[in-house]
Design a protein around this ligand. Sequence first.
Ligand code: BGC
Length: 717
Amino acid sequence: MDKAIDINELLKTMTIEEKMGQLMQLIPLFYDSSKSGSITGPLSDLNMDEDMIWKSGSVIGVTNAKDMIDIQRIYLEKSNKKIPLLFMYDVIHGFRTIFPIPLGMACSWDLDSAEQLARITAIESSLSGVQVTFSPMADLVRDPRWGRVMESTGEDPYLNGLFAAAIVKGYQGNLDDPYNIIACIKHFAGYGAVEAGREYNTVDMSDHTLREYYLPSYKAALDAGCEMVMAAFNPIHGIPATGNRYLMRDILRKEWGFDGPIISDWASIEELIKHGVAANGKEAAILAIEAGVDIEMMTSNYINNLKQLIEEGIVAQVLLDEAVLRILKLKEKFGLFENPYKAADPEKADQTCVCEEFRQAAREISAKTIVLLKNDGILPFSKDKKVAIIGPHADNCGISGNWRALGRADETISLYAGICNKIGSNLVVMEKGCEIAGQNENDFVKAINVAKEADVILLALGEEQDKTGEAASRAFLTLPGVQEKLVDAILKLNKPTAVVLFNGRPLEIKSLEEKVPAILEAWFPGTEGGNAIAEILYGDVNPSARLTMSFPYTVGQIPVYYNSFNTGRPYSEGCADPVSKYLDIPNAPLYPFGYGLSYTNFEYREIEISKKTMNQEETLTASIVVKNVGAMGGIETVQLYIRDLVGSTIRPLMELKGFRQITLGIGEEQKVEFEITTQMLKFHDFKGNFKAEAGEFLVMIGCNSRQVDTVGFRLNL
Ligand code: BGC
């Protein structure tokens, strides 16, 4: 077909079945039964006949160029209208070169790295036949019990928005480029707030909270040009997101002007029945199409019901036409009519995926995401000391985390391999000691004996990579199995001992903080994980990552997040009861938002503000001097927070409004300046207006959300 295809004319020629087909997404086996035997089962599950296959609009789950090309070719041969299929897949933190999980990546506070990894991901994906990725996930998260916090960039709306935008740019670039893929922001909206961190649970929040904290990151992704949106599984304001008109018609379409396709989540139209807002598939289809969902993922309520509903006048024909038009427009914009195969190329994919250049990028990016949580001076290790790596993650190649697409264990560098690469295998010994979640302590003895041989010990601990992500909620956040006991056994040797953690969520690690001299949070670092950790452990890279999600003191404190409120009875040290506090634990998290150590020290001094008052049109400059007073060059992330002291709604104790990453050599200093604008002071008032209010503000600048210097100013309007 010609690229200059007229979509509106095409729509006019389509039958109602062909239109419904565009709204349908199938898995690969429907198109090529030779690959997977009979398709009778799946066809009858969806209650459709074979003819509908050749009218479908998109495919979920093709992961290699050959299958994609075969399916597209068969489809175009058999389909009457020959509208190319769109191929979608979850490529979340890398396709075959796997980067750190998004929560780790965010700890880099490095937007260029986020864009670069999305770019590399787009190249590997597009060569492998993937055209749309269900990423980025922009859900704000405050509850580490929820397994999907690993897919988020953390607890701050501003930072989440910046990352979502950077990732969208990396994937999509300019859609004419053959190596670009379409981004689909998810999960709209508020999925990160599932009650008690239990997967698929209810979400309930005020409109104020939704707009202030949860919506901005999705909006930032759309402002960056994100072409698709996925509706969430969870109810919100009493209605499941997939059937929620307020979210999709009112906010997304009308207020924000988004005109791209909205896709359901996996079977989420059908789940409207289980939620109890639809009695059957027909009602589910009505709710979803009226609320604004265009593409139905994995179930068939649209194709089974829309025709009849339209003929009976229950659903307006225009709703179907608009949905089809959005899908066709995207296909046209993406250049599918011109080249239905886009960049898919089996040979080139083979040569390009996990190439040395991409590995190098993964190594550098991974090293930027590893957070030094504690260091009593034993790190970095010296390269001539014999090291024992003990613990279930010691030589584990399963360190890419969930949603690792085509990432392969045999292409992943374990911690053991990375350290051998760094200091030579003759100086490295290794023993697991126990399984990640097992109860067996029999191998402790072997581990202790191996550890005795070494000068320094590295404990490689954490979670199983597949016990994070979707459907992986946990109520206990301590280290699984007998790992803590292994720690105690090894610490008895009284050797310099550091812990490296592999996990997809903030864990409860106050006991480690109390007894282990050094703790390194490696998250699930991906393909080059072992090499990247070795760079940090041996001081070739000075750690620079900072947490974007608070580590709770204990589970009972959750949700604990930095941008919380003062309350009417705030706690402060020495204050008289009754105040807002726990009897048995501190209010503060174990490690706060923005926290992370370096092998050097940075001193902050001379916080200044250019003027004490500011008018609507003016800007202020806040500045601080930062000096490297330690013995190694390093990168510091200087963080700007603002507090609105009195507002018409309650205002957070502090909100991140800017940051700068600066590199300082030994003894070097730099004056870091931030421009403060009225725009940064705006919030949603009680009536939903987004505006700044006159009054006093605090400006806080520092190295994390709990260590800041403060000045004040007044906004006059
Ligand atoms: C998840 C989505 C994902 C989709 C497709 C769902 O279960 O919630 O995040 O994109 O499956 O795989």
